[in-house]
Design a protein around this ligand. Sequence first.
Ligand SMILES: *Cc1c(COP(=O)(O)O)cnc(C)c1O
Length: 419
Amino acid sequence: MKKPFVTLEEVRDIVKTYPTPFHIYDEKGIRENARKLKAAFAWNKGFKEYFAVKATPNPFILEILKEEGCGTDCSSLTELMMSEAIGLQGHDIMFSSNETPAGEFTKARELGGIINLDDFTHIDFLKEECGIPETICCRYNPGGVYEVSNGIMDNPGDSKYGFTKEQIIEGYKKLMSLGAKNFGIHSFLVSNTVTNDYYPMLARTLFELAVELKEKTGANITFINLSGGVGIPYYPDQEGNDIMAIGEGVRKAFEEIMVPAGLGDVAIFTELGRFMLAPYGHLVTKAIHEKHIYKEYIGVDACAVNLMRPAMYGAYHHITVLGKEDAPCDHVYDVVGSLCENNDKFAIDRKLPEIEKGDYLVIHDTGAHGFAMGYNYNGKLKSAELLKKTDGTIQMIRRAETPSDYFATFDFCDVLKKF
Ligand SMILES: *Cc1c(COP(=O)(O)O)cnc(C)c1O
C-alpha cells in the first residue's frame, strides 16, 4: 500500500492558497532517507552523496540536502549556477556532463567543482578551454550487456556515455602528463534498479578497474563514484531496496578488492537522484471532467507537462483518490490530462474507487524526474512546487508559471507587450 503524506483535509486547506495542480515534497521523508543513506555508507570515511540536480532542480530542496551533508551532481551551466546560489563550491560539486558545451567546464572550474570527463577527446577540449585541474574523474563504459539480477539489465554497449577500458587507461596517462594528480572513476550502467545487487556489482567492476588502473598507470586514485541508478518501487506491491544491505554489499567488495590492493583509503561517492527524492514528492491534481465513450475517462487539471514519465516511458505512477483511501477499487478508468496528445494519460485501465468531479488525486513518486522533465507543450504552464515542512506547515518553493513567463522570450519585440 502506498500512503500519501498529505490528507484530504490538508489538501483542502492548501488549495485555498495554492490551486491544483501542484507538486508537493515531504521534508521529513527527504531528511530521514538521506540519513539512512549516510548510515549505510558510514563505514567509508570519505563517503559523499552528490544529489543529481536534474532530478529535482529546486534550490530549497538542494538546501535541505546540503544540510544533510550532500553535495550536487551537475550536468549543465544552470545546474552549476543553482549549486553556486545555495553556497556550494569546491569538491561539494561534481560536474558529470556529456557533450559539454563550451564554457561549462570553465564555470565548473571557477567553482572548484570536480570535473568528470565523459570522453577521451574531452581531455584536449578541457585543456584548451581552461586547463587540467589537479583532481579529475573519468566515466567508464564497459560495453556489452550488463545484467544484475531478477532480469534487470541494460545495454552499456549501446549507450553514448563514457570511456572504453583502453581509453580510460590511456586517458589517465595523458591526464597525468598534463598535471592531474588525483583521480576518480565514475560509471552509470543501469537506471532505476530495484534490487540490492546493482551497487555491489557495479562497485566490484569499478574496484577491479581501479586496481588495474593503479597497476598500469600509477595514478593516485582517491574516489569511486557509483553514480545514480538505485531505484524505487513505483508499484504498490513491489518491494523496495534495502539501502543498508546495499551499503553492506559495497563494503564487502571494498574489503575484498580495494583493501588488499592498498586502496583502503579511497572514498565512495554516489550521485543518486531518484532514490533521494522520488517517493517524497506527489503531484496533486483535481478531477474536473468525466467522459463515457468506448472507455471511461477522468479528466484532471494536471497533464503530461507536469509529469512526463507516463507519456514518455509508459511509466506506472500509483494514484490515490484522497478521502477514498479505503473505498473499493471497483471502477476502471483512464486518468487523462488536457494535452492534444493521446499519450497524455497518467493511468490506463486503472482500478480505482469511483471518482467524482472535484475529487483530489495524489499521483505518487513524483519527487524526482517529475516537475523537472516539464515542458510547455500546448502552451500549458508549469505548476507551483510546495514543501510540507517537518513541522507540517506548507511553504511555496516555486511559484506557478503565469502567461507572462510563457511569453517572456518575446520580450525583445512589441507584439505580445500587453501580456
Ligand atoms: C541522471 C543521473 C544521475 C541520477 O540518476 P537517478 O536514476 O536519478 O539516480 C546520476 N548521475 C548522472 C551522471 C546522471 O545522468
